[in-house]
Ligand binder design. Structure first.
Ligand code: PEP
Ligand code: MN
Length: 360
């Protein structure tokens, strides 16, 4: 695969001709289930076989994993199929057991990444390991918390690191189980360009029929691989039934995905690209100019309101603007979600400007 990284990593050493694929069930349920799925995945693009042994469930009373027993099943997977193995660890005991069973790749789950105490405990237990350790994003959209976890592991001299983007929980309902907030993953790539970044469309979408589109977006954004929950009888799975795909589905997804190159050396392509980028730069400058102008007008309104001692927020007027802009945006092919986000941000900036004036 085309390499975007400056430094050679564990991922380059795998010498793959396709994105990295980690697949397997959400949870190890029985020995038979674990081995059946693994045999189905044996001669596919799958590089690592995943199965959750200890399951962090949001609420008690759900299946919490089979525990250490399942590690023996994963060892059998490796013996029988040659697939490398992967599981989630959430404390020192998990790490010690996983290492004792020669699990090849360990990941830290989203509910653990939120806790620096837990991450530090795991980092200490893994000190100096040459196993691959991947850090899922924390459940909340907090980039420093995600980076901090990676840094704790790096400080414990763990060299084969990577990150998994599994989306972020939101109070507001959305079509995703966990909102992707792609910007956060893009910023992570910008900050740590050499850190392999894997997308987990299963936990982002929560629904198997949305997995392809999210995977494609991830590849379009230069992600290095995918982690996709796979089960021979997904609807009967003991956890995350709605989002698991069959091994046949997985193979189809991998076949249909369009793998993008980082760049292309052809001169004509580069000329056209530079031309379009120059146009984008001009428009971006115009946008800043216009926003500055808009804020000057808002300042004027602030002065007026101050004279008359009128409140900054005028909900009726604001709702009218939003409604109108959503319609206009629609005409120009801009999504409602984007217009709402954009105008909420503009409105907030206007309020900040007017607040300053009124209270001065
Ligand atoms: C999982 O991968 O099965 C899992 C529990 O994921 P997350 O930590 O992303 O919720
Ligand atoms: Mn799961």
């Amino acid at each position: 695969m085309e390499n975007k990284k400056e430094m050679r990593t564990w991922l380059d050493d795998l010498n793959l001709s396709h994105p990295l694929v980690i697949a397997g069930p959400c949870s190890a349920e029985t020995e038979e289930q674990v081995l059946n799925i693994a045999h189905e995945l044996k001669d596919t693009d799958v590089n690592y076989y995943r199965a959750g042994i200890w399951k962090p469930r949001t609420r008690p009373g759900n299946f919490e994993g089979v525990g250490a027993l399942g590690l023996k099943w994963l060892q059998k997977v490796k013996e029988e199929t040659g697939l490398k193995t992967a599981t989630e660890v959430a404390n020192r005991n998990h790490v010690e057991l996983a290492l004792a069973h020669d699990i090849d790749l360990l990941w830290i789950g989203a509910r653990s990444t939120v806790s620096p105490f837990i991450v530090q405990e795991i980092a200490d237990a893994l000190k100096g390991t040459d196993k691959i350790v991947l850090v899922k994003n924390p459940v909340n959209p907090d980039l420093p918390l995600w980076l901090g976890a990676v840094e704790r592991l790096a400080s414990a001299n763990i060299k084969n690191l990577g990150a998994i983007h599994r989306g972020f929980s939101t109070y507001e309902k959305s079509k995703y189980r966990n909102n992707p907030e792609w910007q956060i993953a893009i910023e992570l790539q910008t900050r740590f360009p050499d850190l392999p970044l894997i997308n987990d469309p299963s936990h982002i979408t929560g629904k198997r029929d949305m997995i392809f589109d999210v995977s494609q977006t991830a590849l379009d954004l230069n992600f290095d691989g995918l982690m996709i929950e796979t089960h021979t009888t997904p609807d009967k799975a003991w956890s995350d039934a709605a989002q698991q795909v069959t091994p046949q589905n997985l193979v189809q997804i991998m076949t249909d995905l369009r793998i993008r190159k980082e760049t292309d050396p052809e001169a004509e392509y580069n000329t056209q690209l530079n031309n379009l980028r120059a146009q984008i730069d001009v428009v971006d400058n115009q946008l800043i100019e216009l926003l500055g102008k808009r804020m000057k007008v808002a300042d004027g309104i602030g002065q007026l309101k101050k004279q008359k001692n009128v409140a900054v927020l005028q909900s009726k007027r604001w709702n009218e603007i939003l409604g109108k802009m959503v319609l206009e945006g629609n005409d120009k092919g801009l999504s409602e979600e984007f217009i709402l986000r954009l105008f909420k941000a503009i409105h907030q900036e206007s309020i900040n400007h007017q607040e300053k004036i009124i209270n001065n």
